[in-house]
Design a protein around this ligand. Sequence first.
Ligand code: ATP
Ligand code: MG
Length: 394
Amino acid sequence: MKKIIMIKYGELTTKKDNRNFFIKTLQKNIEEKLLDIKHITTYDYFRMFIECEEKDINKVVEILRNIFGIYEIVICFKLEDKSIDSIFNSALEIMKEIPFKTFKIETNRSDKSYDIPSMEVSRKVGGYILKNISNIKVDVNDPEVLLNIEIRQEAVYIYTKGEKGTLGYPVGTLGKALLMLSGGIDSPVAAYLSMKKGIKLDYIYFESIPHTSIEARNKVIKLANILKKYGSKSNLYVINFTKIQETIYQVGNEEYIITVMRRMMYRIAERLAKKINCNAIINGESVGQVASQTLTSMKVINDVTNYPILRPLCSFDKSEIIEISKKIDTYETSIIPYEDCCTVFVPKHPVINPDIKEVLDIENKFDYESFIKEAIDNALIIKIEEEKEDNIYL
Ligand code: ATP
Ligand code: MG
């Protein structure tokens, strides 16, 4: 018998019409991450199988833990000899390795030409195990170990419970969005949760050189590279925001600087999103976290666009966000203290309930349209590609 990996699909099993597309995307996403490992992937409507050398199995499982669209990752045994004796021997070998007191066998026979019915297989194998391992019994309601036997056309597969996958949908199955990536803790977590919903991401980062540093930009590049392991290749658009910020600072009432600045960010993000075919803008806003994230502020800021804005963290507590950022490996990079363009120009008392008239007065004082155009035309595009995770940006 051969040890292989079986993947049970996630929620995509409910997406009837798209099922083929979902499975193919999942396979493509897995292949992209397994470039360095010799393996063969096969799949059908219900399962995907990865066969590799036994020494690489743990490495593959580790990679699969970060890929969305997987319900369960199962180490399973493939028997090309489908005879009942071969099933007996393999089942016993597997069960001997596991400590348990109660068990149950479940057989599924999709190969209807197999001459023993499922119930009969379960009964026979159960009896064989009872005869060969002492002090155990069958418990059909609440067994400690459930041994599954799947009899398929090409082989028999035997396995016990696997580990839960990351769930979600395969990245790319739900289109593409533009994520506003700052160097902070929140936006990388928002990116992770969006990818979990099958959204492919490109990133936009606003910088204000010389008020913000190249190190701050490199930190964002590093975050995008860490996030790559959950998704795929993407582009990071670096927007030079200096002129816009300095102008707002000169013409604006201090407490409105952040409100106007964020409206400009949304305008630029919307225009870029349209240009690069993104269907939504995503950011790390969380209601109440800072002055610009009160509902009144969010309404005034959001007013500049009709584009869908997704805020995966809107109801999360900071402590919950931090917990996820630690789990996804972005936390340690996020907390490196480089200035963000939002923090450089932050007023002592940013307005909590901005008045739209005041905002429009400020915006009427300069030709922001031409600034926006210039910022987008001059965006620096950084490719976030495979094999670059260890780049020494910091
Ligand atoms: P984060 O921890 O992600 O930096 P934050 O708590 O600092 O978030 P804000 O600075 O108010 O919150 O920003 C809210 C969201 O706006 C961020 O999560 C991010 O999506 C976006 N954003 C803020 N600054 C930038 C920037 N310089 N470039 C791109 N997006 C930004
Ligand atoms: Mg921030």
